[in-house]
Design a protein around this ligand. Structure first.
Ligand code: HEM
Length: 215
């Protein structure tokens, strides 16, 4: 077994179990363990899943910068799993709202999605994330070709919509959404810088080639 296979063989199940910890925590709280759910259990469940959904979107977005900065390509092998966990936590956040908060009252659900802007934004982000989760397989990646990358680049927009959705509903204390916004801005800035650097290097190579052939 080579080193890469060993890292993935041990690392994947370990990361998978770690990603389940936030879900296990809220289940434990629902059973009265780990401090319980507090005075408003529905809100506690919804907020917990919403926060972890957003955290996992940012964690999945951090994979490529980490891989490029560290030079360890195996880090990239965890991106799909982390992205699918982002979808899982956002879907649970949505289901908690649908079932526990709205009691599956479709009229109220449609009214909320169409009339409350912060919910419309959250819903748009969920639709985009669902399209990414549905096309996350290797087969779909091959089938969609260039369009796959275009679709999956949309994860930055999902992150921005997620932060906006959170920011819009806070009344006074914006500290938490601000932290999410700063992390997202740093990830976006790194990506823009990396692309610009790649373009400049390609231009420099093209100039050098043109200079060589002229000489
Ligand atoms: C990518 C998609 C989404 C992300 C990242 C996200 C994230 C969040 C976050 C971080 C919060 C604040 C939690 C807190 O106060 O600590 C929140 C609250 C909320 N979200 Fe979302 N959300 C998303 C999609 C949705 C969708 C699709 C719906 C419903 C259609 C929704 C409904 C709500 C509601 C009602 C609240 C307020 C809960 C409360 O009463 O405190 N969200 N969301």
């Amino acid at each position: 077994m080579d080193t890469l296979t060993k890292v993935l063989y041990v690392g994947k199940p370990v990361v998978f179990l770690l990603c389940l910890v936030p879900a296990a925590t809220i289940v434990a709280q629902a059973f009265g363990l780990a401090g319980g759910l507090g005075a408003n259990p529905i809100e506690a469940i919804q907020d917990h899943f919403g926060n972890w959904g957003l955290r996992f979107i940012l964690i999945a977005l951090a994979v490529t910068p980490l891989r490029l900065i560290s030079g360890r390509n195996w880090i990239g092998r965890f991106r799909r799993m982390l992205g699918l966990f982002a979808f899982f936590y956002v879907a649970m956040h949505f289901l908690a709202w649908l079932v526990l908060d709205q009691s599956m009252n479709w009229q109220a659900i449609i009214a909320d999605i169409s009339e409350r802007p912060f919910i419309t934004i959250g819903f748009a982000a969920l639709v985009m994330l669902s399209a990414m989760a549905a096309t996350s397989t290797t087969g779909m990646r091959r089938r969609l070709g260039r369009r796959w990358q275009q679709l999956h680049n949309g994860v930055y927009a999902v992150g921005a919509l997620g932060v906006w959705h959170y920011w819009w509903q806070v009344k006074a204390d914006i500290r938490e959404p601000l932290v999410y916004a700063l992390v997202l801005a740093a990830l976006l800035a790194y990506r823009a810088w990396y692309r610009l650097r790649g373009r400049k290097r390609a231009q420099a190579r093209a100039h050098a080639r043109a200079f060589d052939s002229a000489g």
